[in-house]
Design a protein around this ligand. Structure first.
Ligand code: TYD
Length: 202
């Protein structure tokens, strides 16, 4: 495949959306063809799955169902959008990818990283990102920001111990996946952005 696949990962409220947009605009100005997407979502079918997943009324959702729905949303996004974009030689930026499932469902829900990786190996058909930028913020800080905006979605409303597991899980990921670079989120958005450009060498 010709294109380049970049993923921004990290805990809720870590600034992924702002940085993804900034990166997109930067690359467009440099003359690249760029597509941006998010998970769960990014296609009509995947956005409908997203609604199911994030609806606060779906209290009875089983954790396996949850993991499978995230994987299903991802499978659709990959086949309908990501593979064609990469084949057209575009730079694809995704907010979140498989790593979110490993950490939120594998560790946060306790389903196990290996189990969740198995269903995602099936869902992703071997499509791996070229680079993953990991932005991890202390759950107390990140969540406070998110919950104050709109009351938060189903996952954001999980208790703090869930989000602590997610945070700790993200910290361990780079040891297992060499494509991941973890960034400190101590700086300003502009400083973090400069760091991303340096890491991506673009
Ligand atoms: P996100 O779109 O990042 O939320 P927001 O736009 O509100 O920041 O993600 C929605 C939620 O889904 C988030 O709490 C993380 C969770 N999630 C998983 O649990 N597993 C996954 O595989 C993905 C992609 C997201």
């Amino acid at each position: 495949m010709e294109g380049r696949f970049i993923v921004l990962e990290g805990s809720d409220g870590s600034g992924k959306s702002t940085l993804a947009l900034k990166l997109k605009n930067y690359l467009l100005e440099k003359g690249f063809e760029v597509e941006i997407t998010r998970e769960p979502g990014g296609t009509d079918i995947s956005e409908r799955i997203r609604q199911l997943l994030l609806d606060r009324n779906n209290e009875e959702m089983d954790y396996r169902t949850e993991a499978l729905l995230y994987a299903a949303s991802r499978a659709q996004l990959i086949s309908e959008k990501i593979i064609p974009w990469l084949n057209e030689g575009k730079i694809v930026i995704s907010e979140r990818y498989v790593y979110s499932s490993l950490v939120y469902q594998g560790l946060g829900r306790g389903l196990g990283i290996d189990e969740v990786k198995k269903i995602n190996d099936f869902a992703t058909a071997g499509i791996k990102p070229d680079s993953v930028i990991l932005l991890n913020v202390d759950p107390e800080k990140g969540l406070k920001r998110k919950l104050s905006i709109d009351g938060g979605d189903r996952l954001e409303n999980e208790d703090i111990s869930f989000h602590r597991k997610v945070y700790e899980g993200y910290r361990k990921l780079p040891h297992h996946f060499p494509e991941i670079t973890e960034l400190s989120r101590d700086g300003t958005i502009d400083e973090v952005f400069e760091e991303i450009i340096r890491i991506l060498k673009i």
